[in-house]
Design a binder for this molecule. Structure first.
Ligand code: ADP
Ligand code: MG
Length: 244
């Protein structure tokens, strides 16, 4: 226990919340499987594939935000994560997402994962990171939501800006009731850019049981307020200072 405390202090990690788990110190099959709802043989194989992809990406050890986010998110908790730009927040929410999405045949069933990002460029980058980390996992596909996309429900995960998605929800071109893992990336930017209303509509269009994740490089009071109203019994992780 005191070792964990010393590690958090050394890495300038602050964690708040009920039943917080110990940080994950290395990427391992067992670590990825732990907390996974029904960690059967299929999930073991998937965890193995993910570990290989992590290794191929030369991620030798988890970053501070990843150490704390992975156990919480794998266990199905809501999370508020604040860590500096470039500290690996994308993999912090993608790796647990890859473990928690169900694989399935090609028939349309609706997306289970949804990631909201402030810009198209960032959304495209997240799709690329998803593809890199999901390489070799059969039946897990992500897509950037585009106007011309025929049936978004074919994909397991959608990545999009709030505007694009809100428009498609309004036109009933996408059904979010199947979403059970929702990420708001760069929450501070989403707020600054005036996307709060769209974000609200999107959250409401997802099922009430959806696991919710908010990450941000800074944590202005408005973001903490938003987190309070949107997240349920979250684990809160701050790496460094809130306004780095
Ligand atoms: P953030 O979203 O916090 O700004 P990113 O998720 O974009 O940061 O990651 C920044 C860079 O660090 C990316 O190039 C990513 O591939 C790399 N990265 C992520 N996790 C690790 C890790 N555990 N070890 C080494 N590099 C990593
Ligand atoms: Mg980022």
């Amino acid at each position: 226990v005191s070792e964990v405390r010393a590690l958090r202090k050394r890495m300038r990690i602050k964690v708040r919340g009920s039943d917080v788990r110990d940080p994950m110190l290395s990427f391992s099959v067992a670590g990825l499987q732990a907390g996974a709802a029904a960690a059967g043989p299929a999930l073991r194989e998937r965890a193995q594939t993910i570990c290989e992809n992590v290794e191929r990406s030369r991620y030798t050890e988890p970053t501070a935000i990843q150490m704390e986010s992975l156990p919480a998110l794998l266990a199905g908790r809501d999370l508020l994560g604040c860590a500096p730009t470039g500290s690996g927040k994308t993999a912090a929410f993608l790796l647990p997402m890859l473990m928690r999405l169900r694989t399935r045949p090609t028939k349309v069933r609706g997306p289970e994962g949804l990631i909201i990002a402030p810009t198209r460029e960032l959304a495209a980058q997240i799709v690329r990171e998803f593809e890199k980390l999901a390489l070799g996992i059969k039946g897990l596909r992500a897509a950037l939501l585009r106007k011309g996309i025929k049936s978004p429900g074919r994909f397991d995960a959608l990545v999009t800006t709030p505007e694009r998605l809100a428009a498609m929800v309004a036109e009933k071109r996408v059904d979010l009731s199947t979403v059970h893992y929702l990420v708001l990336d760069e929450a501070d930017k989403l707020f600054e850019m005036g996307f709060l209303e769209h974000v609200d509509e999107i959250i409401n269009a997802c099922g009430p049981e959806t696991q919710r994740v908010m990450v941000s490089a800074t944590m202005p009071p408005q973001i903490e307020e938003l987190a309070q109203s949107v997240l349920r019994d979250p684990v809160e992780v701050v790496v460094g200072t809130k306004n780095a």
